[in-house]
Design a protein around this ligand. Structure first.
Ligand code: HEM
Length: 182
């Protein structure tokens, strides 16, 4: 069970989408590896756990698209909360982490991420974008309304993602220490 590790690990080989990727490009990005638009939205539900950092979202809090003010799509209380408590507008401040889901649910895999998006509390630009783009907002609504539906689809989609580029035969290895090759 599980996936084997590669024999080479280079930052230059890592292909990760940027946080401000457009919805159309995100759908295209996951489409290339076999996912539908719905599955792309379901995969982003991975943000039901984990964190980002102030450096990633500072523009949304303090200088959205060069306006010297916050992203008007971000809930005003959240802007106040994140700005005053966590992400200070000071280049010397420690780059604090910010929960991607609501603080009371960030340790639980559930559909609260989608509820946060609909409440204009999506943290990353792409999180917010999927909630209000006409091509994905219906999916976000459905997922926000039904936790069982989310859990079922999320499980299936994560398993499908685990089947991308599987190393077989003598490709790769099972590492003795996960941070380096054997
Ligand atoms: C368009 C697609 C995606 C974009 C643009 C994106 C972007 C990001 C960014 C910018 C961060 C924060 C990194 C940091 O500040 O250190 C993050 C964190 C995270 N992402 Fe995504 N992501 C995407 C898709 C996914 C998918 C498909 C999954 C899993 C199914 C996922 C799971 C996570 C998790 C768990 C974290 C938190 C990591 C931690 O706490 O250290 N993301 N993502």
């Amino acid at each position: 069970m599980g996936r084997k590790d590669g024999l080479v690990g280079l930052a230059s080989n890592v292909d990760l989408p940027p946080p401000d990727i457009s919805v159309a490009n995100a759908i295209q990005y996951y489409g290339k590896v076999g996912f539908s638009a719905l599955e792309t939205v379901v995969l982003l539900g991975g943000h039901t756990v984990g964190v980002t950092h102030c450096s990633v979202i500072k523009d949304r809090l303090y200088n959205y698209k060069g306006t010297q003010s916050a992203d008007p799509d971000l809930d005003a209380f959240y802007v106040f909360f994140l700005g005053n408590i966590i992400c200070h507008n000071d280049p010397n401040a420690v780059d604090m982490f910010v929960f991607l889901d609501s603080p009371d649910s960030v340790l639980t895999v559930d559909n609260s991420y989608y509820k946060m998006l609909l409440a204009h509390k999506g943290i990353l630009p792409i999180d917010n974008a999927i909630a209000f783009d006409p091509s994905t907002s219906g999916y976000v609504n459905d997922l926000a309304n039904n936790n069982d539906y989310f859990l079922d689809l999320f499980g299936k989609t994560i398993v499908k993602m685990g089947l991308i580029g599987v190393l077989i035969g003598n490709q790769g290895e099972i590492r003795q220490v996960c941070s380096r090759t054997n």
